[in-house]
Structure formats: C-alpha cells, structure tokens
Design a protein around this ligand. Structure first.
Ligand SMILES: CC(C)(COP(=O)(O)OP(=O)(O)OC[C@H]1O[C@@H](n2cnc3c(N)ncnc32)[C@H](O)[C@@H]1OP(=O)(O)O)[C@@H](O)C(=O)NCCC(=O)NCCS
Length: 149
C-alpha cells in the first residue's frame, strides 16, 4: 500500500537519484542534454536537504520511495514520480495531498511551474495556464493555477 509521509534527511540520496532518473529518462525528450545535466546538478542530495528545509517536502512510499512533491503554502515544487511507476496515480495522489493541505491553510488557489513534459499532467488535474517562464537553469516552464474552492 502506498503511503505519503514527510521527507526525512536520509531520503536525500534516493530522492536525488529519482529526480535524476526522471530528468534523464523522461524530461530529456523535451529539453537539450546540456540543460538536463544542469537540472540534475541542481537536485543533488545536499540541495535536496536544503530545499526540504525551505519547503514542506513529501514522499510517496511503497516498496521504497516512488515519488516526491513539495509545497511552500500554495506553491508546488519538484513533482517527480519514478519512471517505473508512472501512470499509477501517484502524481495525482501527491497533488491531492498538498492541495488539501493548502486549502486547509486557507488558500483559494494552487500555483505550479510545469516542465513541457509535465504540462499535460497539470491540465488533466484541472490546472489552467497563466503564463510562460524561461530561465537559464530550467528552460521553458509553464505557470499554471487551479482554484481550490
Ligand atoms: C508528470 C508526472 C508527475 C505524472 O505522474 P504520474 O504518477 O505518472 O501521473 P498519474 O498516474 O497520477 O496521472 C494522473 C492523470 O494525468 C494524466 N497524465 C499523466 N502524465 C501526463 C502527461 N505527461 N501528459 C498528459 N497527461 C498526463 C494521466 O493519464 C492521468 O489521467 P487520468 O487520471 O484522467 O487517467 C510524471 O510523469 C513525472 O514525474 N514526469 C517527469 C517529471 C515531470 O515532468 N514532472 C512534472 C512537473 S515539472
């Protein structure tokens, strides 16, 4: 059975490895290799620990860590599912979890930045495009929002 729990310090290598695998095996279809490697370097274990200190980071665990997502209030960050577990509802499960927490905190909408690769996923979850952002470290991203009530 899949459970959701808060990130623990010792998850950092596993989460960094999971994100790296997603980027190299999945997101690489939409971004150049050099940019993918920059993104991977951005999510090494020390940086994951640092981010977990700044945001609320969750992991979905079954037989090991299968997915992760973070939130800072109503802002979504680092939504990644192990490529071997794609299409099993883990992304939807984690998003529902943090949307519920943000709603309970009184936020009326959720906001996320989506890679080209994850754009359709957020549409499927009811998010709508707000604008496009382009940065040196992450390339083209879509900013999307969803009303929480
Ligand atoms: C995008 C991602 C998080 C989706 O996770 P997932 O666990 O495979 O998604 P789910 O199984 O929960 O899918 C939920 C719904 O979205 C749809 N969906 C999933 N990925 C999709 C995509 N890339 N494009 C369009 N629809 C998608 C599913 O078909 C499903 O629809 P349904 O419930 O109506 O049948 C995962 O593919 C991933 O980690 N990708 C690489 C990293 C990435 O791009 N992250 C996104 C934010 S930057």
């Amino acid at each position: 059975m899949t459970t959701i729990r808060l990130f623990q310090d010792e998850d950092a290598p596993t989460v960094a490895e999971l994100i790296g695998r997603c980027l190299r095996e999945v997101n690489s279809r939409d971004y150049p290799a050099e940019l993918i490697e920059r993104m991977c370097a951005h999510f090494d274990p020390p940086r994951i620990r640092e981010l977990a200190g700044q945001r609320e980071m969750f992991v979905a665990v079954d037989d090991g860590v299968l997915a992760t997502v973070s939130r800072d209030g109503n802002k979504v960050y680092t939504m990644f599912v192990d490529p071997a577990a794609h299409g099993r509802g883990l992304g939807r499960l984690l998003m529902g979890h943090i949307e519920g927490l943000a709603a309970a905190d009184g936020f009326d909408h959720m906001e996320t930045g989506a890679s080209i690769t994850g754009h359709g996923f957020y549409h499927r979850l009811g998010y709508a495009d707000v604008r496009v952002s382009e940065t040196e470290d992450f390339g083209l991203n879509y900013i999307l929002r969803k009303a929480l009530r």
